[in-house]
Design a protein around this ligand. Structure first.
Ligand code: ATP
Length: 609
């Protein structure tokens, strides 16, 4: 036997490997809409049998018609024809009714499946490690999963349904054809093999193209976002960037379009060649039947039945192949969704989580921590040591990129360090339940989220697990200096914020930050971390706020990350970081007296004030 070519072997391996997703995809549809799926299968089988009834009625109808003409239109003969015609009409009507019912069932099923899949994608996005969001590969997966997954399972179902329905009809048609000649079904099958080859070849090609072009396609989405989003609208206008991004978008789209069109062209040419071959087989078979009719070997009714069954058989065979190709292609694409869903987070709960301390007695320790962001070229923290005392206010200051915010991300376990450990009261945070650890932390991030929700919700979301009452929300807003912002809103705490929805009020950057601060304050957590809390505040507001903050931080371990030394000076202890290391520490007075980095920054800040 000739050895299978490596090309063919690799394609076959590829194809069968991808087909493993098929049962999972069907399972997905079944899990999302059991009842509708069962109804849909029942409808498909019934629909598949209707054409058989039509073809079977054709022969007696035509023969009856010929006989009625011969009898000169005698009533008994005409009545027989009318009954058959009535049955034919009923079958056609039933076919239509089933088609409409199937459409309705499918619409319901499709909605449920889409929601189910989006739910899976959302769940996975929420639990995925933050490290995934640093990786372009993750975005490629997410992009493909989101772009394709909502409709692919339904498309897959359609092709499966097509296979089932057309398969039932085809089997029936072949059974009708066998009495005319056993070779006819074989001829039908052989004539469609080239089409099968074309369909499968292009299914694989299209899938491979999709994988190759994801990064370029994501870039077009990015340009689209730059051109249409509110965040970019100001710079786009001022710097005159519109034309630049439009032209980048256009040229990428042109490239993608050309590649796609080239694929479609190749497929169309292949399909044309395959169709010509199939038509030759049809022509030859019809000629053979005509010849037999002329010689009186078969009746006119039989000729009509044959031609109908053969034409339908040919069409069905083609449709079946297309369905198979589509099925294959859809299962290839669904591989993207399953790959995305299979991404495993690495930051996990320990097998036997310990309880996190309700209140800190000793403090937070970084012990010999070495950390490099995934895929980053350089190490952010190297053998880093720091003790943050419990129940005090600690400030961490230092130049941009020193690694200050990285400390917060490690403490929240958004990432785990490659070496060393972080401890809460002597307990390694990797031994604590992830959920409990995070509930012990209230954090104002450097770029807090601006929730397009009411002012009250913007605060209450800080402790969603227990739904803070109005008084608590007001107290937190007051402590953050957000109460005066809310007081200016026509509906106060019930006023919608942001411009995303109708009647929302837009706030200034500083006002948004105060609300985010209130969100951190409302959370009952023993550790309070504020990353640049006063960055958007004017000096008067800063002094007033700091007074209130002392009251808010009482009994808690507070960490202030700031560039403003006027903020840092109020802390009990200040750590100065540079290039991933603590280079100085002490109280404000001690640090100024030392004459180091802090003292230099202090005198520069004082000069510029
Ligand atoms: P700033 O004062 O500007 O807020 P920072 O001291 O808070 O700076 P970090 O945000 O901790 O600095 O960043 C420390 C270093 O880590 C920077 O050099 C930055 O380039 C790098 N870095 C931060 N986030 C990531 C990331 N997601 N992936 C790769 N590198 C990162």
């Amino acid at each position: 036997m000739a050895e299978r070519s490596p090309w063919l072997a690799s394609k076959l391996r590829y194809g069968t490997a991808q087909l493993r997703y098929l049962p999972r995809a069907v399972g997905l549809v079944w899990a999302a809409a059991r009842g509708w799926t069962a109804a849909w299968v029942a409808l498909l089988v019934t629909q598949g049998l209707v054409p058989l009834a039509v073809v079977c009625l054709t022969r007696p109808l035509v023969d009856g018609l010929v006989a009625a003409v011969r009898t000169g239109g005698e009533w008994p003969a005409v009545r027989g024809v009318l009954v058959l015609a009535g049955l034919m009409a009923a079958a056609l009507l039933l076919g239509e009714a089933l088609r409409v019912a199937a459409g309705w069932v499918r619409a319901n099923q499709s909605e449920l499946v889409q929601d189910h899949i989006n739910g899976l994608i959302h769940r996975q996005s929420v639990v995925a490690d933050l490290a995934f969001y640093d990786s372009p590969d993750f975005y490629d997966h997410l992009h493909r999963a989101r772009a394709e997954a909502s409709y692919r399972p339904i498309a897959l179902l359609e092709s499966l349904g097509g296979l089932l329905q057309n398969g039932v009809t085809l089997a029936a048609m072949l059974a009708v054809l066998v009495p005319f000649g056993a070779w006819l079904p074989a001829a039908l099958f052989l004539s469609t093999l080239p089409a099968l080859w074309v369909v499968l070849r292009y299914a694989v090609r299209q899938h491979q193209w999709r994988l190759r072009s994801t990064a370029a396609e994501r870039r077009t989405w990015y340009y689209d976002w730059l051109l249409t989003s509110r965040e970019c609208a100001q710079e786009l206008r001022l710097f005159g960037l519109g034309e630049r991004f439009q032209s980048a978008y256009r040229s990428l789209r042109r490239q993608l379009r050309d590649e796609k069109v080239a694929l479609a062209k190749g497929q169309s040419l292949g399909e044309l060649a395959a169709s010509i071959l199939a038509l030759c087989v049809t022509g030859a078979s019809l000629l053979w039947m005509l010849w037999r009719t002329v010689r009186g070997q078969v009746s006119l009714g039989a000729l009509a039945q044959f031609s109908q069954a053969f034409q339908q058989g040919l069409r069905l065979m083609r449709t079946l192949l297309e369905d198979a190709g589509q099925l294959y292609q859809n299962s290839l694409f669904l591989g993207n969704l399953f790959e995305f869903l299979a991404l495993e987070p690495e930051v996990l709960d320990p097998p036997h989580p310990q309880a996190a301390p309700e209140f800190l007695q000793e403090g937070v320790r970084f012990e010999g921590v070495t950390f490099r962001y995934p895929g980053a070229g350089r190490t952010t923290l190297s053998n880093f040591n720091l003790t943050i005392p419990a129940g005090r206010i600690t400030a961490i200051v230092g130049p941009n990129g020193a690694g200050k915010s990285t400390l917060v991300k490690l403490l929240c376990r958004f990432y785990d360090p490659q070496e060393g450990r972080l401890k809460l009261d002597g307990r390694d945070i990797r031994e604590l339940s992830l959920d409990e650890l995070r509930r012990r932390l209230a954090v104002l991030f450097q770029e807090p989220v601006r929730y397009n929700a009411t002012a009250a919700e913007n605060v209450a979301l800080g402790d969603a697990s227990r739904a803070p009452v109005k008084l608590e929300i007001q107290a937190a807003a007051q402590a953050a200096g957000a109460d005066e912002v809310v007081a200016r809103l026509p509906q106060g705490y019930d006023h919608l914020l942001g411009r995303y929805f109708e009647d929302g009020a837009e706030l200034s950057a500083g006002e948004w930050q105060r609300l985010a601060l209130a969100r951190a304050f409302v959370r009952r957590a023993p550790i309070l971390i504020l990353d640049e809390p006063t960055g958007n505040m004017d000096p008067w507001a800063e002094a007033e706020w700091l007074e209130r903050f002392r009251a808010q931080a009482r009994g808690r371990t507070a960490i202030l990350i700031t560039h403003r030394l006027t903020t840092a000076m109020r802390a009990d202890i200040i750590f100065v970081m540079a290039e991933g290391q603590v280079v100085e520490s002490g109280s404000h007075e001690e640090l100024v007296a030392r004459g180091g980095l802090y003292a230099r920054s202090w005198s520069e800040e004082a000069l510029s004030a």
